[in-house]
Ligand binder design. Structure first.
Ligand code: SF4
Length: 604
């Protein structure tokens, strides 16, 4: 089979050894790559019920089949582990150019176990893998680490690294690559820090074979012409995710001041139009025709601040959720998080919570909604666990619990929620509650239909919408969990609104035989169910939401979503409907019949 290199690299940091073994091609056929193959490897490689901080908990780097081939948006990497943040499955996707370089070096995946005795950098140069001391890189921020690796290892080196936040094991520390690309959610950076692994660097001189290269290039051209460079996707190039600020705010779904409102009065100062005024250039990940990465420049406190982003989620959580409408301060906050290696969703969430606790007189953190001076100091305090940072580093759930107000923590299964309030976008209620990595919008995205396109009522949820959450609706571009699971197994970027029909074309190139659209979606369902089994094995908590997001008592008194709440009875009924449609029992356990139907070969 072309596309795959057929090799998995194993790195044992405790023993200081490496080994190469064949990629399990049966699993690759069943699960494609990316998320699916990651999950199948995790089932095998993660010891059941292992402490997430134990050396045996691996970090797995998995490419997709099309990385390095020129298929647009496909050169992404997924990083997986049992999350130190949530104790369940987590995956996080990162663009840039690490994944193709890894394949050029000869590997489809890397499994990293153990814990190095001293800070270490792993350098992969084709078939030579070295462990190098990392003392001189300790404390470096993420862009400095990458620059050092280009100087010390190879000018073309591609680097995955952690910043000071990862070294300090902040539970939501992320992994960085190509400076601005982050495997952000779930704490992979914290686990890297715990393993004393400052960076993984790769340089490859090989290539990826695609069989008949001319036919394949013709196909890529056709995909670009017909399916990619279309208005379904080019919004990402033209405006990028800040375009979401206005519609989400207009629907009363923009988390504001720790989710105490759904409409932010300062939104127009941090919306797409505002960012376009300070935009300087665009950039793309490896061989991506869409090129959505936006660079901005401004000044804050007399200093130039320039960089990529912020994306919508950062604007929502670090902006509106903290009451911040100062675009310069928001740019600075985003830069600090990027350099320190902090996920911005979780950082914005915990800072918003600390502001709320202060404003309500519960504990004075010296932080207030909208107050810039104290706000921009917080990322560094968190990353170094200094001053109030030592407490904020507990994370949203533990911080709220410590001060006796768990109801103020806006998280699901320990992962802080992203920027869509279910009170203004009802579908997100079930979406968040059932997400396989905790509070996340990337498994299903009802907001796309309910708020952005306006093709589905934002204040209704019924069995038909649950079906879209489960499966997706390709005719409308509604992203469902099965559809996102197959898309993330091929590792196509979220910003290509790919359909099952288009995946059929790609998978025929991959496996050389025809697929139906139903078969494509069935693979996605298989992946989703395997994720559920993994989480059940590890002891996942009940699928639920912070109660104020669905109970009638939590409805806003004013704003565009005033008076709206899914309702507690309705929410419970919809969760029961979700389990039924999934073929799971009333407590969310997949039935034997469902597992057999999907050809899943593992059991609890
Ligand atoms: S659409 Fe944007 S994030 Fe996605 S692969 Fe292309 S440049 Fe990277």
């Amino acid at each position: 089979m072309d596309f795959y290199k057929g090799n998995v690299l194993r790195i044992d940091l405790s023993a200081g050894t490496t080994a190469v073994e064949p990629l399990n091609m049966d699993w690759a056929e069943q699960y494609i790559g990316g998320k699916g193959l990651l999950l199948r490897y995790m089932w095998q490689e993660v010891p059941a019920k292992v402490d997430p901080w134990a050396p045996e908990n691996p970090i797995i780097l998995m490419t997709g089949p099309f990385a390095g081939t020129g298929v647009t948006t496909a050169s992404r990497l997924v990083v997986g582990c049992k999350s130190p943040t949530t104790g369940i499955y987590t995956d996080s996707y990162v663009g840039g150019s690490f994944a193709p370089e890894l394949k050029f070096a000869g590997y489809d995946a890397v499994v990293i176990t153990g814990k190095a005795a001293e800070p270490t950098v792993v350098v992969i140069k084709d078939d030579v893998v070295e462990f190098r001391p990392a003392d001189k890189y300790v404390g470096m921020q993420t862009s400095a680490v990458e620059e050092a690796m280009r100087k010390d290892v190879d000018p073309g080196a591609k680097t995955l690294s952690i910043g000071p936040a990862g070294e300090a094991k902040i539970p939501w520390a992320c992994i960085s690559t190509d400076q601005y690309h982050k495997a952000g959610r779930g704490g992979h950076g914290a686990l890297m820090g715990d393993k004393n692994l400052k960076a993984v660097v790769v340089r490859g001189t090989g290539s990826v074979s695609v069989g008949d290269a001319k036919a394949f290039l013709d196909l890529i051209y056709k995909l670009h012409e017909e399916y990619i460079l279309t208005e379904d996707n080019l919004w990402a190039h033209e405006e990028g995710t800040p375009v979401l600020v206005d519609p989400v705010n207009g629907a009363g779904a923009l988390p504001t001041r720790n989710w105490s409102a759904g409409e932010f009065e300062g939104a127009e100062k941090i919306n797409s139009e505002a960012f376009q005024k300070i935009r300087t250039k665009k950039r793309a990940c490896y061989q991506c025709a869409i090129g959505c990465r936006n660079f901005h420049a401004t000044t804050f406190a007399g200093e130039t601040v320039r960089g990529e982003g912020p994306e919508y989620e950062t604007i929502a959580l670090c902006g509106a959720n903290c009451g911040i409408d100062d675009i310069d301060a928001l740019m600075k906050f985003n830069e600090l998080c990027d350099e320190l290696g902090l996920d911005t969703i979780s950082t914005g969430s915990v800072v918003g919570l600390a502001m709320d606790l202060t404003e309500q007189g519960i504990n004075d953190f010296g932080l207030r909604f909208g107050e810039v001076e104290s706000y921009v100091k917080v990322p560094e305090l968190i990353a170094k666990r200094e001053g109030i940072g030592a407490e904020l580093a507990l994370g949203t759930r533990a911080l709220a619990a410590k001060y006796g107000h768990p109801e103020l923590a806006m998280e699901v299964k320990g992962l802080e929620l992203p920027g869509y309030d279910p009170r203004g976008s009802f579908g997100m209620s079930v979406g968040y509650a059932t997400s396989d990595r905790g509070g996340c919008h990337m498994r299903t995205y009802p907001t796309g239909d309910e708020v952005v396109a306006g093709t589905s009522p934002a204040n209704e949820i019924d069995a038909a919408k649950i079906e879209q959450i489960v499966v997706g609706d390709s005719s409308k571009g509604f992203i469902g969990q099965n559809m996102s699971s197959i898309k993330f197994s091929a590792i196509l970027c979220d910003f290509w609104a790919v359909t099952p029909e288009q995946l059929v074309i790609l998978f025929k190139e991959l496996w050389g035989h025809d697929f139906t659209e139903d078969e494509v979606l069935k693979i996605g369902e298989r992946v989703w169910n395997l994720g559920r089994l993994f989480n059940l094995r590890e002891g996942v908590e009940k699928d639920d939401l912070p109660k104020k997001l669905y109970a009638e008592s939590g409805a806003f008194a004013e704003g565009p979503s005033a008076g709206q709440a899914v309702g507690e009875d309705k929410f419970n009924a919809m969760m029961a409907e979700y389990y039924t449609q999934r073929g799971w029992d009333a407590s969310g356990v997949p039935s034997e019949a469902k597992l057999t139907e999907l050809g899943i070969d593992v059991r609890l």
